[in-house]
Design a protein around this ligand. Structure first.
Ligand code: SAM
Length: 304
């Protein structure tokens, strides 16, 4: 059809079109901003499909680049807001997205923006919002932790990230990938690796492997904890030195004088003190945090 021909000619995510845009605007890539642009329609299809969008939904894109994914989101969602840090990309995005309705480009650093306010301003009229992005890899974890910790009303987060980071987020207890990032992500979300992605679908090609991960936000956190901050400090402390036992890592956290009481507390929670942090489930970390607080160890900071 005519529409299909038109679309094929204007899609940003092809090697030819991307190179044309870069040449037309004299754009040069900044490695320091994690600029690797997607040039593959199939990967875009996978990302957009995983986000479960429709005309009643909103999408927040972080780092639209020259608009390859933005264009597709505009076709799939009722409202798209894209935040781009690089001011050289703003005029390009205006041109590329000129024909897309209900699409807003904001020039800014997502780590510095007031996202609650952005949500109130951009997404008042939609029935749900998902974050959909090919993230800059140098700030993947800070961006995702900001989205989760600010408890934004999100449905899904579908993002392209470094493969190794995706594996850590989705890891189950017992393996070396499982750590405090796995616990933090799984506390808020159900993770699923959607697909792994070869280097060849980006310009320029990154030197790491990539994957698309889908994080579906839980209605309430995976475990019930009396004090989230304390729970996450216990988790951090349990992984502080990965080759040490739980008893040793947690003694460093609560203080030497509590070593025996700590051992007893772990045993009374059915947790063998010689286990390593990487074998503990979220439920077990939650039990430890609760028992420590009940014992009045909540205010203790890390001691040597
Ligand atoms: N979405 C485009 C694509 O898939 O082709 C570009 C993805 S590229 C991996 C990451 C984008 O994030 C770049 O355009 C970069 O300038 C932008 N970026 C980097 N740091 C950012 C930040 N702190 N806030 C907003 N955008 C950022």
């Amino acid at each position: 059809s005519k529409a299909a021909v038109k679309q094929a000619g204007t899609e940003v995510a092809t090697p030819k079109r991307t190179k044309e845009i870069i040449a037309k605007y004299g754009f040069s890539f900044k490695k320091s901003l994690g600029q690797n642009f997607l040039i593959d329609q199939n990967i875009l299809n996978n990302i957009v499909a995983a986000a479960e969008l429709d005309e009643t939904k909103g999408a927040l894109e972080i780092g639209p680049g020259i608009g390859a994914l933005t264009q597709r989101l505009a076709q799939a969602a009722g409202k798209v807001t894209a935040v781009e840090i690089d001011n050289r990309l703003i005029p390009i995005l205006k041109d590329v997205l000129a024909e897309e309705a209900h699409t807003t480009v904001i020039h800014g650093d997502v780590l510095k923006l007031d996202l609650k306010q952005l949500f109130a301003e951009q997404f008042a009229d939609v029935s749900g919002v998902s974050v959909v992005a090919n993230l800059p890899y140098y700030v993947t974890t800070p961006i995702l932790m900001k989205l989760l910790e600010e408890k934004l009303p999100l449905e899904h987060i579908v993002v392209m990230i470094q493969k190794e980071v995706a594996e850590r987020m989705a890891a189950k207890p017992g393996g070396k990938e499982y750590g405090s990032l796995s616990v933090a992500v799984q506390y808020y979300c159900v993770p699923k690796v959607v697909c792994t992605v070869p280097h060849t679908v980006f310009i320029p090609q990154p030197n790491v492997d990539s994957a698309v991960i889908k994080l579906s936000l839980r209605e309430k956190p995976a475990v019930d904890v009396p004090d989230e901050d304390h729970f996450f400090r216990v988790v951090q402390a349990s992984f502080a030195q990965r080759r040490k036992t739980l008893a040793n890592n947690l003694t460093a956290f609560v203080g030497k004088e509590r070593r025996e009481a700590l051992t007893e507390m772990l045993l009374s929670n059915d947790i063998d003190p010689i286990r390593r942090g990487e074998t503990l489930s979220l439920v077990e970390f939650a039990r430890i945090s609760r028992s420590m607080l009940e014992a009045g160890w909540g205010t203790q900071s890390v001691s040597s």
